[in-house]
Ligand binder design. Structure first.
Ligand code: A2P
Length: 297
């Protein structure tokens, strides 16, 4: 399996299993199937509510912990207690350390709000603590024990926030995990991040629930040409252009086929790059944060 190297020298396998919406037993079985298939990278989050199942599958797999790259994420309601949140994740996962700890969102949600884990306001927007600075959160992340966290990074950071973070940080983020697929190639963010040694990680590489990107005509034609699945084309394209990719599935046959990389030609990779030029970009994961603008577009 291809891997990429972080700006701190640590390697990350290019394909990781996404575990968002893989609840409990499904999450457990998906992680076990993935590890049996050959995946060595599991992407999770405290907020997904399945860390104990994901961790149990990792422990039950029989694969040495040192051979598996494990990511989890700081919940948006925990920016004021980063160390305690990490300890809870490690406890729930049943692991001594994670390979990568990410700030899940650049916003702090009211830790006293409800419902948990995503407190909402009466107007249907998320209950954001508007005067909180994500740099405060990042400083706490920088101070986490190296025994518990090997690398740190962010998710859902725009160019503007990334720029500020890079100027103010003592420890550089190694990744920015964002929604990324052929309908949302994130060209400008990718160019900015790669110029600063930050790798993009693609979440929802098939367009999230139901995989709507798989219906795109260019993707379907390329799938036919390579005798591959549309998902394999999307996943291989993400790796071809230098991004880590995190396809989520709880279906064993998909978990297996998503792991098989297709060797795309340069011109076919470039054809996928251009899909959104004609039809515009499409973001599928866009929660309402009220006055706070999280995304650039
Ligand atoms: P399921 O988990 O039921 O297999 P994303 O990674 O973009 O968030 O997409 C996840 C969605 O795509 C899930 O609904 C998942 O369904 C589905 N999916 C994952 N792999 C494939 C595949 N190879 N073919 C079709 N749908 C897939």
């Amino acid at each position: 399996m291809k891997s990429f190297t972080f700006n701190n020298g640590i390697e990350i396998p290019a394909i990781g299993l996404g575990t968002w919406r893989a609840s409990e037993e499904d999450g457990y079985n998906a992680v076990l199937t993935a590890l049996k298939t050959g995946y060595r990278h599991i992407d999770g989050a405290a907020n997904y509510g399945n860390e104990s199942y994901v961790g149990k599958a990792i422990r039950d797999s029989g694969i040495p912990r040192s051979e598996i790259f494990v990511t989890t994420k700081l919940s948006a309601t925990c920016h004021h207690q980063v160390g305690a949140a990490l300890d809870k994740s490690l406890h729930d996962l049943g692991l001594d350390y994670v390979d990568l700890y990410l700030m899940h969102w650049p916003v702090f949600l009211n830790p006293e709000g409800s419902p948990m884990p995503i407190p909402m306001r009466a107007d249907g927007t998320r209950d954001v603590v508007e005067d909180w600075d994500y740099l405060t959160t990042w400083k706490s992340m920088e101070n986490l024990s190296k025994d518990k966290v090997k690398s740190i990074g962010v998710c859902n950071f725009s160019i503007q926030r990334m720029d500020r973070l890079l100027r103010e940080c003592s420890v550089q983020p190694v990744v920015n995990q964002v929604e990324l697929h052929p309908m949302l190639p994130q060209d400008k963010l990718k160019e900015f991040c790669s110029a600063h040694g930050v790798i993009l990680e693609a979440y929802s590489p098939l367009g999230s629930a139901g995989g709507p990107v798989l219906e795109n005509e260019t993707i379907k034609k390329l799938a036919e040409k390579y005798n591959a699945s549309a998902a394999q084309i999307c996943i291989s394209w993400a790796v071809w252009r230098g991004t880590v990719v995190l396809p989520k599935s709880i279906t064993p046959s998909r978990i297996e086929s998503n792991f098989k990389m297709i060797d795309l030609s340069t011109s076919d990779g470039q054809a996928i790059d251009k899909i959104s030029d004609g039809m515009g970009t499409k973001r599928y994961v866009d929660p309402p944060f009220g006055k706070i603008k999280v995304f650039d577009d």
